[in-house]
Design a protein around this ligand. Structure first.
Ligand code: UDP
Length: 327
């Protein structure tokens, strides 16, 4: 089996590559290494079944030959983060929408057997129902959420119209080793771990009672492979942990001082996936507990030693577009 992983040098992609190699696949990474890092592949870089192609999904011509003889395609390449998506919507559209179109067309041309797309739970915006099922209203709050959702629409349309054997997974707050240690102000785990290792207080939005469906990355890699093995086509499924944890609970596990941040517009109090559909259709369920997952992150906290340490002032500056456009 040959599996192609776009964004294979990224946080989630690298865990998926590792799991596929363990399952005996030949793994072809397609990554432009803009946010992906070769370091993420370090644990298995010597595996003879790993190929790395430094190719941009926006470059349709360079992309297509990578799909030769490929069985399964996992499309995880894309741009993340809220603030830069508000500042540079055209860039986000090109990568997350046009780039996805290129992946779909290359897949179609090469008659791949399976495609699984990494979509985002941010498509639900501020949900009306918890846990949130796939049938909830789609209400993206910023260009990142919109462009990831448009990518999903393309995937499902290609499944319906061209009978491409494709489906989509809507990921809820993924955390784990190899998550980003540099770049724009982003996901809470990286922000808090850098603050902790540098002896700075945790910047807590609001009163910390808001909660997230934190899902451990190896569970997510397992979900992608389970989805690829299934016959499900033209459908979108939630991937979540089955629970939701407050920021206060995370702080209890991390331990340390805190300092407040204002509440951010367009941000839900809770994210919590209804995972009944994936349990029923694929028999998949997350296995790693929050306590174990946070424990694994703490073991690797050294990775954040040189990461940017955010504080109230630098966060206020970094998120000014957020408050300006979403208030
Ligand atoms: N959060 C926080 N301090 C920070 C960054 C995030 O308290 O410096 C909180 C935020 O309010 C949210 C949770 O952590 O409830 C997850 O935030 P993240 O940006 O990682 O994900 P998202 O809000 O997109 O789900």
């Amino acid at each position: 089996m040959i599996s192609l992983v776009t964004g294979g040098a990224g946080f989630i992609g690298s865990h998926l590559c590792e799991a596929l190699l363990k399952a005996g696949h030949t793994v072809r990474v397609v990554d432009n290494l803009s946010t992906g890092r070769m370091e993420n592949l370090q644990d298995f870089i010597d595996n003879k079944n790993l190929e790395v192609h430094k190719v941009d999904i926006c470059d349709a011509k360079a992309l297509s030959p990578c799909f030769e003889n490929v069985d399964w395609v996992f499309h995880l390449a894309g741009l993340a983060d809220i603030v830069p998506s508000i500042e540079e919507p055209v860039y986000y559209f090109n990568v997350n929408v046009q780039g996805t179109l290129n992946v779909l067309e290359s897949s179609r041309k090469h008659n791949i057997k399976r495609l699984v797309y990494a979509a985002s739970s941010s498509c639900y915006g501020i949900p009306d129902v918890y846990p949130t099922p796939e049938t909830s209203a789609i209400q993206p709050q910023y260009p990142y959420a919109l462009t990831k959702y448009l990518g999903e629409e393309l995937v499902l349309h290609w499944a319906n119209t061209y009978k491409l054997p494709a489906m989509s997974l809507r990921l809820f707050n993924i955390y784990g080793p190899r998550s980003r240690t540099s770049g724009a102000y982003g996901a809470v785990f990286g922000v808090f771990l850098a603050q902790k290792i540098n002896g700075q207080p945790f910047t807590v939005v609001g009163d910390g009672t808001q909660s997230r469906d934190f899902t451990y990355v190896t569970d997510v890699a397992d979900a992608f492979i389970t989805a690829a093995k299934s016959n499900l086509v033209g459908d979108a499924l939630n991937i979540g942990s089955g629970e939701h944890q407050s920021i206060n609970r995370l702080l209890e596990l991390l331990g340390g001082e805190r300092t407040p941040l204002p509440k951010r517009p367009g941000e839900p109090m809770i994210t919590f996936a209804d995972t009944a559909k994936i349990e029923e259709k694929l028999g998949w369920k997350a296995k790693v507990s929050f306590e174990d997952g946070v424990g694994e992150m703490l073991k690797r906290i050294d990775a954040w030693k040189n990461a940017p340490v955010w504080n109230q002032d630098t966060i206020a500056e970094a998120t000014s577009a957020w408050f300006k456009y979403l208030s």
